[in-house]
Design a protein around this ligand. Structure first.
Ligand code: SF4
Length: 303
């Protein structure tokens, strides 16, 4: 997480200041985790800033790349937090197609952009994105969902979609979304209302572990390390690479030593939802996203 040109309003990792790590700093960090890492993630932002990057993606065997839209130009720029983002995304789509990489369009849906979803449908059709992918043996894909509710995204809690909004998602976007999630209807994709989840979790005495077999870690420009579970708040921090070895930090991860992991492991869900949930809210959540949202609220309340 050297930095990011965007300031997305849905950014789950939160907006940490852009850093000043040198290339040597990055090489040192990569060397520390080299024996544990098998995959790299890429940025499509660079695609529009020089042809070398897309050639490198092609050489790595990339066949799909995801881009995010929110509606038309003004709204996409607003949500991405950067003027010109929409035009760059469209330019990136053309570059991807020219290089036989299929674009996948992700659409985040909130109450304040749902009326603009037909613009995305029109863009797909007018630019013949499915046909242009098929022409080189690729496949265009697209999906809409409401995303998690942490980091910057938690500030969008008040505009989170409710069940009555789902019928506003246009048919083509609905079809692509159901295909992407292998779902029969949009309720499966968008989850349950907070009220339903609250009623279930208020009787749930279980605790949980946030440890996966193949963790992804975030390292910020101050060398703090966080698990890719939720936002990069201090209560998720696993340690600092200037002070601890990669092995110590991985041990912290495995033993769930961050405050948030500790709360999830020790405090029953019923207590967390009682303190932080809204029994009357109709906002839609997937169950795990809702638990992460509650956990963050709980940890915020501790600090
Ligand atoms: S969501 Fe991704 S692209 Fe947007 S601000 Fe966060 S890290 Fe950057």
């Amino acid at each position: 997480m050297y930095g990011c040109p965007n300031r997305c309003r849905h950014c789950w990792v939160g907006h940490s200041p852009n850093g000043r790590m040198t290339f040597d700093d990055l090489k040192q960090i990569a060397a520390k985790f080299k024996s544990y890492a098998h995959e790299f993630e890429i940025s499509v932002w660079r695609i529009v800033r020089g042809c070398e990057y897309v050639k490198w993606l092609v050489s790595l065997g990339v066949t799909k790349a995801q881009l995010t839209l929110f509606g038309g130009e003004a709204l996409t720029d607003y949500y991405t937090g950067r003027t010109g983002a929409y035009r760059e995304i469209l330019h990136a789509v053309d570059i991807l197609l020219e290089n036989k990489i299929s674009p996948r369009i992700q659409v985040f849906v909130n109450k304040d952009n749902i009326e603009e979803l037909p613009l995305i449908e029109a863009l797909i059709l007018e630019n013949r994105l499915p046909e242009r992918c098929v022409a080189f043996g690729g496949e265009f894909s697209c999906f809409a969902h409401q995303d998690s509710c942490d980091g910057e995204n938690a500030k969008l809690y008040n505009v989170r979609v409710t069940p009555d909004d789902l019928k506003k998602i246009p048919p083509l976007l609905t079809d692509y979304t159901l295909k992407h999630f292998h779902a029969d209807n949009l309720n499966e994709v968008f989850g349950q209302t907070e009220r339903e989840l609250y009623r279930k979790l208020i009787a749930d005495t279980s605790t949980g572990s946030y440890v996966s077999d193949s963790p992804v870690l975030y390292i910020d420009s101050a060398y703090n390390v966080y698990p890719n579970i939720s936002t990069t708040a201090p209560y998720w921090c696993l340690g600092n690479l200037k002070e601890s070895s990669a092995e110590e930090i991985l041990r912290n991860y495995l033993s769930g030593k961050s405050t948030a992991q500790t709360v999830r492991r020790e405090i029953p869900l019923c207590e967390i939802v009682k303190r932080c949930g809204d029994p009357n809210s109709l906002r839609l959540f997937g169950k795990q996203d809702y638990i992460a949202y509650l956990l963050n609220q709980y940890c915020e309340g501790m600090s």
